[in-house]
Design a protein around this ligand. Structure first.
Ligand SMILES: [Zn+2]
Length: 407
């Protein structure tokens, strides 16, 4: 190949072709590691020990017009200099503009990673999503775990102890991991007997976490394909999405319970379900100066740079009645975040305590941040710091007497 064709090759082909052309020229093949030393004309001072000690004058002919003498040692005599300047593989990469291809359909997500997944010692992505790829297997954005419903147009629901997957009735519901079905049927509330959850499956898994049993719960189903006592494999069809119980539309309400099979043992499923390929999770803890969790503070996550306002995500730190993960001790989680750089705004809603943190999301793992400062947080209905704050005992949350989308 004549070297005068190199630039046109680089400009018209993809990066692999470009790199292969360059590396093939330099290294004699594409099978070698790109990290192998790319031959460079070395000053004699940097010649490796043991190399030929007598400098060998070389004459390099670049394009038939330019000719120069170079003194080097132990360098192959056949290295060309394309276009007289040379383009290193890294420069070629920078010239490559990836073609993203056609836009994926709205709400498309990559496939999740295989489980179990734990790049970080505290990660425990052991569950698959209970809804298969091809249906909506990510949660409802305006009703996050540990939050009340965020839409101002809606009346308060109750603090969410799970996550919701809106889908058409009959969409397959899959066992998130293997274990024994310990409940299959309606699930009246022990408090008032109302069947909020509707047709519900509870699986006790055949593994433990921090020495405790782990359960997953699948509520509001249309139909059940398992019975109490059945052993189920991960990914097995156990039910169909429905709208049984107290709901406003068909969806799966999914809970992860640790230690005990009850409402108060729920943890954030986003720390259990494997992220999508190339996506990760942000978890964190917002505390006062004594390390006490600050509940219901406003959070806003914005990609850097912000190319689309629709990508802004908002939620609140957990209500103080909600349990944290054993490993992370978090009070907020943004699940399903594409890898990249973000800025997180935290606002105590008092006009005073506002924070900004930058955080990088890495594929397949959790990025954890702690936000704390020199203030005392007293959980009241409207936390307003004063010069001499008055401690107020925590008031336990009382569910409103309205129809709710979950039990
Ligand atoms: Zn729910």
């Amino acid at each position: 190949m004549k070297t005068s064709n190199w630039l046109s090759v680089i400009n018209n082909r993809g990066p692999v072709v470009t790199l292969c052309v360059l590396l093939a020229f330099f290294l004699g093949g594409c099978g070698r590691s790109p990290l192998a030393a790319v031959p460079t004309l070395m000053p004699a001072a940097f010649a490796p020990k043991g190399a030929t000690t007598t400098p060998t004058p070389l004459t390099l002919v670049a394009d038939g017009q330019r000719q120069r003498d170079v003194t080097a040692t132990a360098v192959p005599t056949t290295i060309p200099t394309p276009e007289g300047r040379g383009i290193r593989p890294r420069e070629a990469e920078q010239k490559y503009l990836p073609d993203a291809g056609p836009q994926p359909p709205a709400n498309w997500r990559p496939p999740p990673y295989d489980v179990p997944l734990a790049f970080h010692p505290d990660d425990h992505y052991w569950l698959i999503r209970p809804i298969p790829s091809g249906s909506r297997n990510f949660d409802l954005e305006w009703y996050p775990f540990g939050n009340d419903v965020l839409a101002s147009s809606l009346p308060p629901y109750r603090i969410h102890h799970g996550i919701d997957f809106p889908n058409q009735s009959g969409t397959p519901v899959l066992a998130a991991s293997s274990g024994t079905v310990i409940h299959a049927g309606s699930l009246p509330s022990p408090r008032d007997g109302v069947n909020y959850y509707g047709n519900t499956v509870v699986i006790q898994h055949d593994w433990q976490w921090y020495g405790q049993d782990v359960f997953t719960l699948y509520a509001h189903t249309l139909e059940l394909f398992v019975a109490e006592g059945d052993y189920v494999a991960q990914g097995q069809l156990i039910a169909g999405v429905g709208s049984s119980g107290e709901v406003t539309g068909p969806h799966l309400h999914f809970e992860v319970r640790v230690g005990q099979n009850n409402y108060n043992a729920a943890r954030n499923p986003a720390l259990w379900m494997a992220p999508y390929e190339g996506w990760g999770t942000i978890a964190g803890r917002f505390t006062d100066r004594r390390g006490r969790m600050v509940g219901s503070a406003s959070l806003q996550l914005r990609p850097l740079p912000l190319l689309d306002e629709d990508l802004i995500r908002e939620q609140r730190t957990y209500d103080l009645t909600v349990a944290s993960d054993e490993a992370w001790q978090e009070n907020f989680v943004f699940g399903d975040v594409p890898a990249g750089d973000y800025e997180l705004f935290i606002d105590l809603n008092d006009g005073i305590h506002r924070y900004r943190r930058e955080v990088t999301v890495y594929p397949g793992q959790t990025s954890f941040i702690i936000i704390s400062d020199n203030f005392d947080f007293y959980p009241t209905a409207t936390p307003i710091p004063t010069a001499v704050p008055t401690p107020t005992p925590l008031t336990l949350y009382t569910p409103p007497e309205i129809a709710t989308p979950e039990g």
